[in-house]
Design a protein around this ligand. Structure first.
Ligand code: PLP
Length: 387
């Protein structure tokens, strides 16, 4: 079955739920054992069902199965947030005295996590240029345990050579982690690319409606036990209500993504033709670093990309532009139905790459509104910059 069909069929099991299409919200902390025998079987690890709400319920287990199938993984774990998924992945595979390699264009909170929390526990991080190839080998030390990729990178959208970097990492015995949030489970095949642990913020397109926080880890059987142990030992579980909403979001993911992609490319191409725009950083456009790799490794795009103006903008002009937009609202996160814009300067949180632009940069999330209305909003906004 193709992914659009899978999205509408996985986890649909009316026979176990009185004919009801969707798996209900199983709210649980306590799970009762029917006999001393059952309790003892659980202690011996022989019981396959969850013994306690923190370890999941049918609602989370059905969602995990759906996500594993969609990603081509053996297993999935759903967690409290994307960032908690990242924390569990990293702490599952590193210990005091270890070293990790993290892509320089990583989602900024991951850098904060590595430079503060992991550092306190004696784990050292080296940030590497996302466009690095074979030179990666020279950064690997005897105590390097993991490499962390995020392709395309946050805000600056560099597409990395995942298969090449993963091969080098595997030759040195590293675990390869990848933040797959941009791709969702639909636009790439992480395990065919050589990734060991695929990480998602389901907060974005999987939820799709700006009303949940959730993280996902997917992996092959070989890495599952280690991840599950750290997840269960640390407790960042997600509520069954949130799992229900994520499963519901998955049903329309393919349809929504197609529209985000279509409108996103229309707006990106339009921006490219604007006189005040220096460049558009959209993986489907040739200007984007790694565009050829994106064509090779991904099957589509979404509504998230950045653009850079030719010149810096005085603060009051920037406010005039942004404060009067009708459809592009300022806010973090992305992947919901609504359009978003955020001005940014990546320089304070990049340490191994030079940002080559002087002009004001913006990240856009193109939502599901009519694209002509979005273009009008942006055009009027850009005109307000110049006055
Ligand atoms: C939002 C985001 C995260 C963190 O997800 P939360 O669910 O907000 O914790 C991680 N990675 C990327 C690329 C993101 O955009």
């Amino acid at each position: 079955m193709r992914k659009e069909t899978l999205l509408t069929t996985i986890g649909v099991d009316p026979n176990s739920h009185e004919g009801i299409v969707n798996t209900p919200v199983y709210r649980a902390s306590t799970v009762l054992f029917s006999s001393l025998d059952e309790l003892e079987r659980m202690h011996r690890g022989e019981n396959t069902t969850s013994p306690y709400g923190r370890f999941g319920t049918r609602t989370s287990e059905d969602l995990e199965r759906s996500l594993a199938v969609l990603e081509g993984a053996d297993r999935a774990i759903v967690l409290a947030s994307g960032l908690s998924a990242i924390l569990v992945a990293l702490t599952a595979f590193v210990s005091t005295g270890d070293h990790i390699l993290v892509v320089d264009s990583v989602y900024q909170p991951v850098r904060i996590l590595c430079d503060n929390e992991l550092k306190r526990f004696g784990v050292e991080t080296t940030y590497f240029n996302p466009m690095l190839g074979a030179e990666l080998a020279s950064l690997i030390r005897p105590n390097t345990k993991a490499i962390y990729l995020e392709s395309p990178g946050s805000l600056t959208f560099q597409v990395q050579d995942i298969p090449l970097l993963a091969t080098i990492a595997h030759n040195h015995g590293l675990v390869v982690m990848h933040d797959s949030t941009w791709a969702t489970p639909l636009l790439a095949k992480p395990f065919d690319l050589g990734i060991d642990i695929s990480i998602h913020s389901a907060t974005k397109y999987i939820g799709g409606h700006s009303d949940i926080l959730m993280g996902v880890l997917t992996c092959k059987e070989a890495h599952y036990k280690r991840l599950l142990t750290t997840f269960r030992n640390t407790g960042p579980c997600v509520s069954p209500d949130t799992c229900y909403l994520a499963q519901r979001g998955l049903r329309t993911l393919a349809t929504r993504l197609k529209q985000h992609d279509k409108s996103g490319r229309t707006i990106a191409t339009w921006l490219k033709g604007r006189p005040e725009v220096e460049t558009v950083l959209h993986p489907a456009l040739p200007e984007c670093p790694g565009h050829e790799l994106w064509k090779r490794d991904f099957t589509g795009a979404n509504g998230l990309f950045s653009f850079v103006l030719k010149h810096p903008v005085p603060r009051e002009r920037l406010a005039a532009m942004l404060d009067n937009l009708q459809l592009f609202h300022m806010g973090y996160s992305w992947g919901g139905f609504e359009s978003l814009i955020i001005p940014f300067d990546p320089r304070p949180f990049r340490t191994s790459t030079e940002w080559p632009y002087q002009g004001q940069a913006f990240r856009l999330h193109v939502g599901l509104e009519n694209v002509e209305d979005l273009l009008t909003d942006l055009q009027l906004g850009l005109e307000r910059l110049a006055v």
